[in-house]
Design a protein around this ligand. Structure first.
Ligand code: HGY
Ligand code: MN
Ligand code: MN
Length: 409
């Protein structure tokens, strides 16, 4: 059944959320557990209460709003995340949360009571930028991570996640675990890749999500004067790092056609033009739709890291930062999304996600699927991220219609 949302209110609510932590460049800088994350959480709490939802916050800050159904059966959950990347886009995460809010608002307007209860959710720290890993809140909720270990994670300023959660007042009372047996979870997100636009489609019917491996490698050499120290007397921590970083860029080309490898963060100490680098830490990540390729990539990176340390004669260490298996969504949920695009008459196609999402962890708890909205030039994780309001609205209607179908079963 096609359920079309209130387009004007949907767009104005998306614009409203984009003001909270908005940047001069038209993006969002709303890092997990920052003051702006607190502001958007406070705003979302008010919107959920206005919509008459029964709100609860768990001990990891995940925010839930429940709308009762005719029966007290297994709820259908819809949502995403409100934290952003540093200078990220206004759609990443927010589109899924606002669409979930608009879904319950529409049910209220039409005075519809679904068979199943509905829950909407804002997950803590999906981005994994300030604190690793990504999809942290949904991961704790799904039992993939130990909450005390995650509480102890620190940002680059040494703040623990727990202290930041307490500081912004979102360390809730509810246990961070499924409060019920869930029927299904649906998440709307911008594609953040080129495939829908290349195929001239507005909406993606997402069949699964790649697996991830993230790590941090540190090399320790010796600081010394960059002038008089002969080259054969040096222990330069940056040289092995540069070797491995280049390898991570080249490795995917030798593995699978959807394998990707990235180094996004490098810290060089003492970071001075005329001191031989003493300590270098960088984070790295590889992704692929299959666990076999991920394992191969992981082993290759660590072998390269050891060989590079040996060549330069420096100490090194590695810390695992994230390990998420690829997921393939349940047919019944993917079909519900496809039914929705057909009943709405939208241009859609099946796609696989190269970005991680909270749906990765929801999939270990209940049947799950996702809806994608086309991304202009496939761009994301920067202020130029863009999806037209028309395409946002189509994808939000798709989410609402699919969730409605599942909630009426
Ligand atoms: O890294 C990711 O794919 C997600 O945006 N956190
Ligand atoms: Mn996201
Ligand atoms: Mn993201």
């Amino acid at each position: 059944m096609a359920l079309e949302l209130n387009e004007e209110r949907f767009v104005s609510t998306m614009k409203e959320q984009a003001e909270i932590g908005g940047t001069d460049g038209g993006g969002l800088h709303r890092l997990a557990l920052s003051d702006d994350d607190k502001r958007i959480r406070d705003w979302f709490l008010e919107r959920m209460e206005e919509a008459g939802l029964d709100v609860r916050i768990d001990e990891f800050g995940n925010m839930f709003g429940r709308r009762d159904g005719e029966e007290s059966g297994e709820p259908v959950m819809v949502g995403s995340h409100l934290d952003s990347q540093p200078y990220g886009g206004i759609y990443d995460g927010a589109l899924g949360v606002i669409s979930a809010l608009e879904f319950v608002r529409e049910l209220n307007d039409r005075d519809i009571t679904t068979t199943r209860p509905i829950e909407i959710v804002n997950w803590t720290n999906e981005e994994g930028s300030r604190f690793q890993p990504a999809m942290q809140g949904s991961g704790v909720w799904a039992g993939a991570h130990d909450i005390d270990e995650e509480y102890a994670k620190t940002d680059t300023d040494g703040n623990t996640l727990e202290s930041e959660l307490e500081r912004i007042g979102y360390k809730g009372q509810q246990p961070a675990e499924p409060a019920a047996e869930y029927d299904s979870y649906l998440e709307l997100h911008v594609e953040q890749g080129p495939y829908l636009e290349e195929n001239d489609k507005s909406v993606g019917i997402v069949t699964g999500i790649v697996g991830f491996k993230w790590g941090a490698i540190t090399y320790r050499g010796e600081a010394d004067h960059s002038g008089p120290t002969p080259m054969h007397h040096r222990s330069d921590a940056l040289v092995p790092a540069a070797d491995v970083i280049t390898q991570i860029r080249r490795l995917p080309g030798t593995l699978g056609d959807r394998t990707v490898g990235t180094v996004g963060y490098v810290d060089v100490q003492p970071n001075s033009i005329n001191i031989i680098p003493e300590e270098v830490t960088f984070t790295w990540g590889v992704r692929d739709p299959t666990s076999e390729v991920l394992e191969k990539a992981y082993d290759h990176v660590l072998a390269e890291a050891a060989a590079a340390a040996e060549r330069e004669g420096v100490e090194w260490e590695h810390e695992d930062r994230m390990d998420a298996d690829p997921v393939y969504f349940a047919d019944r949920c993917v079909d519900a999304v496809e039914d929705a695009t057909e009943s709405l008459g939208y241009d859609a196609m099946r796609v696989f996600s190269g970005a991680g999402h909270d749906a990765t962890h929801a999939d270990s708890v209940c049947d799950t699927a996702m809806v994608f909205a086309v991304s202009e030039n496939g761009k994301s994780h920067n202020e130029d991220e863009y999806t037209s309001w028309e395409d946002c609205y189509k994808s939000a209607n798709t989410l609402a219609s699919a969730a409605f179908e599942l909630a009426q079963e």
